[in-house]
Design a protein around this ligand. Structure first.
Ligand SMILES: Cc1cc2nc3c(=O)[nH]c(=O)nc-3n(C[C@H](O)[C@H](O)[C@H](O)COP(=O)(O)O)c2cc1C
Length: 402
């Protein structure tokens, strides 16, 4: 096979075994204080042994009020946690595999019931999914504190032995909330134009680079979503140029925000039964309401199309506009598409999430020719049940009640 997808490659000065990365996937494998558990280390070793070109961790929280509402997020918000991550990065490096820590603040996409703290966002715009809390608008002091927390997390990630960090600027979390005019209604220095909406990211990168000039900072963005005044590819291309200008070393192109439903990780049908049992929104509803609500939910939330390679057009346009590496994620599940994306479309890297959940050794299977397609059926039970349990492939079946 002379495709370059399976050949070693360099991403921002980091040597990768091949061009197929494990995209950030929330694992829920932390203790109640956000310290990573042995199960997380075990998973990363399986991914590393299984051939992943590099591993991007599930999102790690930079600040207690930005903690994910999903089950047991890892945290990188204090120094005590560093030795626990160092143990993991040392173990993964034994298998010649770089590991990149994704860091995030959830902004308005979390719940006071989870964090015990008020929710904050660029503007006081209620999230349609996390609608129980009206987020408070960040003032100048809070924005500066947020920047400081991101920078401190980057320094901790470096001390923990990660090869790079990835800012989570996608899927409607805090940095994505700043980038989108749907959630950022500010008219001061942090909103209004694309450049001003981007300013928070620019500041984080600048301040981190002042401390660690050589530590690569990547970013994941949503290049499109389905919200009114949300992100469209045209603006994403402008954002990509600002990302390059800021000193970031690479862009992962994704899509969607939580309010879009399963726009980011698409499937043929909504896992309404799992939603009724495992999401805070529906699980406390009486049984008869759930019975009625399931088909209504299916009617209300249309499944976006296409199902595969749904960020390809965006990634092609972004690739044309920048010279830093571009990673594409979203519905990439077979070797023909991987080779087409890398060899023909000249996108630098591909990343996958769900194919690695069902088979952490999928890359070895691809390279050795044992399989040319993922076994993932895109049922999305993994993403819904992740609100209550650690990461696992459910293969379209609800877990037995426990
Ligand atoms: C269970 C699950 C957890 C996820 N957690 C994260 C995350 O922590 N950070 C992130 O940027 N994306 C996360 N995603 C989104 C994936 O990285 C990816 O963008 C999306 O699933 C589309 O890729 P795929 O079709 O290869 O699954 C998650 C997806 C799934 C299914």
């Amino acid at each position: 096979m002379d495709s370059t997808a399976f050949q070693p490659a360099n991403l921002a000065g980091i040597q990768l075994k091949n061009r197929i990365l494990r995209s950030a996937t929330h694992e829920g494998m932390a203790d109640e204080n956000g310290f990573p558990l042995a199960t997380l280390k075990k998973l990363y070793i399986r991914l590393a042994k299984g051939g992943a070109g590099a591993i991007i961790t599930g999102y790690s929280g930079i600040q207690p009020d930005g903690k994910s509402p999903l089950f047991r997020m890892t945290m990188i918000d204090r120094d005590d946690v560093i030795p626990f991550y160092k143990d993991i990065t040392d173990a993964v490096h034994e298998f010649n595999t770089p590991v990149i820590m994704q860091i995030a603040h959830a902004g308005r996409q979390t719940r006071t019931k989870i964090t015990g703290l008020p929710t904050y966002a660029p503007s006081a715009v209620r999230d349609k999914f996390y609608s129980e809390d009206m987020p408070r608008e960040l003032d100048e002091t809070k924005i500066n504190s947020l920047i400081n927390h991101f920078v401190a997390a980057i320094v901790r990630a470096h001390k923990s032995g990660f090869d790079a960090v990835q800012l989570h600027g996608a899927h409607g979390y805090m940095l994505s909330q700043f980038l989108s005019s749907h959630s950022n209604l500010r008219t001061d220095a942090w909103g209004g134009t694309t450049r001003k909406k981007f300013r928070i990211i620019k500041e984080i990168v600048k301040q981190a680079k002042d401390i660690l000039p050589d530590f690569p900072i990547l970013i994941k963005i949503s290049a499109h979503d389905s919200q009114k005044n949300g992100i469209r590819v045209k603006e994403a291309v402008e954002i990509a140029k600002l990302i390059e200008e800021s000193g970031c070393s690479g862009i992962e192109v994704s899509c969607g925000v939580f309010e879009d439903g399963l726009y980011t990780m698409r499937g043929k049908k909504l896992p309404a039964d799992a939603a009724m049992e495992y999401t805070f929104k529906y699980k406390t509803l009486p049984g008869f309401v759930k019975t009625i609500a399931k088909p209504v939910l299916n009617l209300m939330i249309k499944q976006p199309k296409p199902l595969l390679k749904f960020n390809l057009d965006a990634a092609i346009q972004i690739k044309k506009a920048v010279s830093i590496p571009v990673i594409i994620v979203g519905g990439i599940n077979n070797t023909d598409d991987i080779h087409q994306i890398i060899d023909k479309e000249k996108i630098d890297f591909v990343s996958m999430s769900r194919p690695f959940i069902i088979q952490p050794d999928i890359v070895n299977k691809f390279i050795q020719g044992q399989q040319d397609r993922s076994k993932c059926i895109m049922c999305n039970y993994c993403s819904i049940i992740g609100e209550e349990k650690p990461l696992k492939c459910y293969y379209g079946k609800l877990p037995m009640s426990d």
